[in-house]
Structure formats: C-alpha cells, structure tokens
Design a protein around this ligand. Structure first.
Ligand code: DGL
Length: 276
C-alpha cells in the first residue's frame, strides 16, 4: 500500500483504560490513525456477565469496522476474556489483537516464585486466564486481587487519591507479605496508577504493563497483512457512549493531548449510533 494512507486501527475499552494501549500504539505505530471507542455508559465491565460484555464488544467492533478500521485492538482484558474468540469467529476477515494477563513473562522472570495479578472479576472468571495460568505458571504461586472500585477512581482521574491508595494497599500488602517480586497489570486502566503501585511495592518489585507487547503484536499483524503505508494525514478520533467533554478532559490528563477530537455515541438497545 505504498503511497496510500496506513491502515486505520480501531481500539476499544469500557472507558479510559485502553488509552494506556493507545500510548504504546502511538509510540510504535505513529503512522497509523487510531479510532477509539470508550463504552463509558457501561463502565465498569469487570463486574458484568461475560455474555453482556460479549454483546457490547460485538457491536463496538461492528461500529469500528463501519468507520474504516482494518485491525481491531481489544484494549480491555475483560472484553478480551469475554469476547475475543467470539469476535474472531463473527468477523473472520478482521485481524484482532487482544489483551491477556502477562502471566507468562511474570512466571519467566520471577525469582521468588510468587507473582501477583491485578485484574477484574470477569477476567479472572474467563477461560483465557485459566489457560495462561495453566500453561505458563506451573510451579509458580499466582496471587490474585480484583481491586474493587479502582477502575472508577481512574475513570474519575483520581490517580493519586486516598481511595485509590487504600484499594491498592489492601490488595498489595498481603501479596508483599507472601513474597511477590512481580505484579502483573491485568486491566488496562491500571498502568495509569503505576506511580502509586510503585510507591507501595517499592523498587525491588517489578510491575508489568503489557501494552508495549500488544502494540508489537499489532505491528506484526499489520506488516504480515501488508497494511502499512504512508504517513497518515488525519488526527486520531475518540468516541464515547458517555460524555464527550469528560473524555476530552481525560485525554488531556492521561495522554497530554491538546485538542483531541471527541464525539458521542448512543446505545439504542443493542445498536450504537453517532450523536450529532
Ligand atoms: N480496562 C478494562 C480491563 O482491562 C476494563 C475495566 C472495567 O471496565 O472493569 O479489564
């Protein structure tokens, strides 16, 4: 596709968490235009049923493809756990990149043999998580915590607040007592509180953000399918099923974006439409 615009990448999450993946995609694939959907009418996804998250994910994917996305990054561990397999079947011509908790690198790198995973209840319930633990964490103790309420704090931009600290201390202190030397961030919202996590666990504990590996996988699929091209001419586009002005504030706070293009989407039953 030399000379034409590089393929557009569709990205979605329940809210602002997927912006941690956007950050990595922009670093590694700056020539690709991104289209992002934050399903903030339904955030958090974590406590919802897998069926419900699967239905949201299918419709958001349909919307992104209709807008011209050539590859879709499911920048949400919960949606990946609930829907990735299903999306690949429903949209067989579309390449997908999903999130899976980075248990494999954690198990390879741990010296103490004890690792902690922070993710949502739905992610822990999904088959994907069971399968990565089964395949890659033999002989390693894997401790888990769902950090109830943390996604809400991050959505509200309270990245250093008292409540976020309380939730993280409650999750991480027992893990530290049991000897963790590695923390896996199994929710795309959590990289935004890495400074707080590092304050709690100290410098001897490694914190794994899977976003760079996900961006590398997207780069690999784009190259394999010949979807690279000339530098893009248009800015990235962000939609939310919540309030576009709030999303704009989050983009400025989390990504340092000066004038992001945000728009509104509305759920009409199970269908999404653009708010004019
Ligand atoms: N950012 C999401 C994840 O990676 C979802 C968090 C939520 O909505 O509960 O799991």
């Amino acid at each position: 596709m030399a000379g034409s615009e590089a393929a557009v990448i569709g990205v979605f999450d329940s809210g602002v968490g997927g912006l941690s993946v956007v950050r990595a995609l922009r670093q590694q694939l700056p020539e690709h235009r991104l289209m992002y959907v934050a399903d903030q009418a339904h955030v958090p996804y974590g406590p919802r049923s897998l069926e419900e998250v699967r239905a949201f994910s299918g419709e958001i994917t349909r919307f992104l493809l209709a807008q011209g996305a050539a590859l879709v990054v499911v920048a949400c561990n919960t949606a990946s756990a609930a829907a990735l397999q299903h999306l690949r079947q429903a949209f067989p011509d579309t390449p997908f990149v999903g999130m899976e908790p980075a248990v494999k690198p954690a198990a390879e790198q741990t010296r103490s043999g004890v690792v902690g995973v922070l993710a949502t209840p739905a992610t822990f319930q999904g088959e994907l998580y069971a399968s990565v633990v089964e395949r890659f964490a033999q002989g390693v103790t894997v401790l888990q915590d769902t950090c109830p309420g943390l996604v809400k704090e991050i959505e509200a931009g309270r990245l250093q607040g008292r409540e976020a600290r309380r939730i993280l201390e409650f999750a991480l202190h027992p893990m530290l007592d049991k000897g963790i030397d590695t923390v896996v961030l199994g929710c795309t919202h959590y990289p935004f509180v890495i400074p707080l996590i590092e304050e709690i666990v100290g410098s001897a504990v490694r914190v794994i953000d899977p976003a760079p590996a996900v961006a590398r996988q997207a780069a690999h699929l784009l190259a394999e399918r010949g979807l690279t091209g000339a530098r893009r001419t248009q800015p990235d586009r962000f939609w939310t099923t919540g309030d576009p002005a709030t999303l704009m504030d989050s983009l400025q706070a989390l990504l340092g974006e000066s004038a992001p293009r945000t728009g509104g989407l509305r759920w009409n039953g199970r269908r999404l439409s653009v708010v004019d």
